[in-house]
Design a protein around this ligand. Structure first.
Ligand SMILES: N[C@@H](CCC(=O)N[C@@H](CSC=O)C(=O)NCC(=O)O)C(=O)O
Length: 257
């Protein structure tokens, strides 16, 4: 697995906080570092940024057949269905294996880590945060897939990696990876969850993202959430580049407190 890491200028002999960035469908570890412009702000605030790839790339037959399943589309779950369950363990990779590699090799303060992401990666960031109270100081997401068990992208991925729904409602295995369902059980620290969403996003209009359902679930669970609707913005990295400074500042507030 490849990952990208940005180290700020003052990393010599000093441990800094880290923010994990989870990218969306079709991405590699390169998209964020080439398109977001985040390095300027990470340098200003002395934070490290780590960007994993979005799936294993291991030549499973059928892995490259579609843009929203298999290669570039690991969906941050631990697959249980063959043949994906041998390698597609992106949830464990992001929450355990990769942080261990980072801590062993880079000047990280392991008590100071946060997580953010985009679209499929926004879903991943919310799930990692909500399932691991205390592990991350804060979370934020751009245009996340908030309720994957009810979204076409999500249903395809959860069916393929975790198995079919059958007739018995949402399977328990799916519920582990649905932020809108997880938030009801969240009993972690009460940092504001930051969500950004462009109102001209084609995938918002297609019902893939449903931030309103996540916000409603947060209200019911009394989990603080900020939803910034951005007039005229779409789903692209131009939009991410416009607002990434806000997200880094949001994380720094909690990482440095
Ligand atoms: N039409 C696109 C579909 C894929 C796409 O839009 N990918 C987004 C993430 S969508 C949700 O996870 C993305 O980040 N793309 C990479 C980029 O650099 O913009 C296609 O055909 O790729």
């Amino acid at each position: 697995m490849k990952f990208a890491i940005y180290l700020p200028p003052d990393s010599e002999g000093k441990k800094n906080p880290v923010i994990y960035w989870l990218s969306g469908l079709t991405c590699t570890e390169q998209n964020f570092i080439t398109k977001s412009g985040a390095q300027k702000y990470a340098a200003e605030h002395n934070v490290i940024i780590v960007c994993p790839d979005t799936s294993p790339r291991c030549n499973i037959p059928g892995e490259d057949e579609s843009y929203d399943f298999g290669t570039g589309a690991g969906f941050y779950v631990d697959a249980t269905v063959k043949p994906w369950n041998t390698h597609y363990k992106m949830y464990s990779y992001v929450t355990q294996e990769l942080p261990e590699v980072i801590h062993a090799n880079f000047p990280i303060d392991p008590e100071k880590q946060s997580i953010m992401g985009h679209s499929m990666g926004g879903h991943g960031a919310l799930v990692c945060y909500l399932r691991n109270p205390g592990k991350y100081c804060s979370v934020s997401a751009f245009a996340p897939i908030c309720h994957p068990s009810q979204s076409p992208w999500g249903r395809k991925a959860l069916t393929g990696y975790l198995g079919d729904t059958g007739d018995a409602g949402i399977p328990d295995e799916w519920k582990k990876y649905d932020a809108t369902l997880l938030v009801a059980k969240f009993d972690g620290q009460l940092a504001d969850i930051l969500i950004d969403q462009g109102d001209s996003d084609e995938f918002l209009k297609a019902g893939q993202l449903t931030p309103e359902k996540f916000v409603q679930a947060c209200k019911e669970a009394q989990v603080p959430v900020i939803l910034n609707m951005r007039e005229g913005y779409d789903h692209s990295y131009y939009y991410i580049a416009t607002f990434i400074e806000d997200h880094i500042k949001h994380h720094v507030k909690y990482l440095r407190s």
